[in-house]
Design a protein around this ligand. Structure first.
Ligand SMILES: *Cc1c(COP(=O)(O)O)cnc(C)c1O
Length: 347
């Protein structure tokens, strides 16, 4: 028998109770609308299949991914009709794949509407652009015969500035309502996580939270409702004693001014712990804060162990990943903090 493959020195645990509570809170805040879930980008890095299983259990019925490959990963977990593919079909073979699998394409242009009809059509979603100028049809295109022929389940649009008190929100809402009056559809959807807090005018039949499900807090109104879900941890792989004048890491950006005990953590920018944390991040062990020293390397980060002298090689250290505070400290967005976490984490 060959020896077992050693377990990875990185793990990303998620708290199923917090994820469930976040979805329930967002569903409740969505009023008469139901909450769905954006699970694109591997559920923001947390692992789409396990997140989907937990959310299904919580009562979620509508899931959103960006790519066909992301939908394919979920086919054994979620019924295909419940998976919306936001980028839609780019060509005839994408449309044929959607037809074969019964996945629900989001139609974003007249071109995609025609592709879908030529492939045989059937229920689809329709994205209308109300001002973000990303994907979606302009209102002027909605009277085109290619749209009249669609069987639209969800008529959706996406808010650009839901996380701020911006006049753009009401403008987008008005355009979305105009689209609802123009296109025959079964259900309508506008709000992402932050959009849910803008009130019933923004709710329609279905909301599409993403970041807040996973513990992100995109606006102050969500603070009391959202719990931390993702807890990344890394193992200490070596302990060193520094003497006065010893420097740490590439370019020697930290130099010890007193003898100190430091730990080498198996975590680097290749794992999504980016160089913006150099010299300012901290890790946590039983409540003690362990500051990052010097530059982050590709596979390693050095931390000061003064506040946790009992730690030794092999012990696990938590990243300080309370998302709003971590975003403020790092300059990364809460979205980037989650989606950057790399493939070397055991999930
Ligand atoms: C990503 C995405 C969402 C979720 O947005 P959050 O800000 O993470 O809540 C909703 N709708 C669409 C179209 C998206 O692309």
């Amino acid at each position: 028998m060959p020896a077992d493959l050693p377990a990875p020195p990185l793990r990303l645990s998620i708290d199923p109770a917090a994820l469930t509570a976040n979805w329930r809170a967002l569903d409740r805040l969505s009023g008469a609308a139901r909450a769905g879930a954006a699970v694109k980008a591997d559920a923001y890095g947390l692992g789409a299949r396990r997140v989907a299983r937990i959310l299904l259990e919580a009562g979620c019925e509508d899931f959103f991914v960006a790519h066909w490959s992301e939908a394919a990963d979920l086919l054994g977990t979620i019924a295909p009709q419940r998976i919306a593919v936001l980028h839609g079909p780019l060509n005839a073979s994408d449309a044929a794949y959607a037809r074969d699998t019964a996945l629900r394409p989001v139609i974003n242009s007249l071109h995609q509407a025609r592709l879908w009809q030529e492939a045989g059509g059937g229920l689809c979603h329709l994205m209308v652009d109300t001002g973000i100028n990303r994907l979606g049809l302009p209102l002027d295109d909605l009277n085109d015969p290619a749209i009249a022929g669609l069987q639209v389940d969800l008529l959706l649009s996406h808010l650009a500035s839901a996380d701020e008190a911006s006049a753009q929100n009401a403008r987008q809402c008005a355009r979305w309502n105009a689209a609802r009056g123009t296109v025959t559809h079964a259900r309508a959807s506008l709000a992402n996580s932050a959009g849910i807090t803008l009130g019933p005018d923004y709710h329609g039949d279905l909301t599409r939270p993403g970041i807040a499900l996973y513990g992100g807090v995109p606006c102050a109104a969500l603070v009391p409702h959202i719990r931390q879900v993702a807890r990344p941890e890394a193992q200490l792989i070596q302990i060193r004693e520094l003497q006065v004048g010893d420097s740490v890491g590439y370019n020697a950006t930290f130099t010890a001014s007193a003898p100190m005990r430091v730990g080498i953590v198996s975590l680097g920018y290749a794992d999504g712990y980016l160089r913006c944390w150099s010299g300012k991040g901290a890790m946590l062990a039983d409540g003690a804060r362990l500051p990052v020293l010097g530059h982050i390397s590709m596979d390693m980060t050095v931390i000061d162990l003064a506040a946790a002298p009992e730690l030794g090689e092999g012990d696990w250290i938590a990243l300080d990943y309370a998302l709003p505070a971590a975003a403020a400290a790092s300059g990364l967005s809460q979205y980037e903090l989650l989606t950057a976490l790399g493939r070397r984490f055991a999930r």
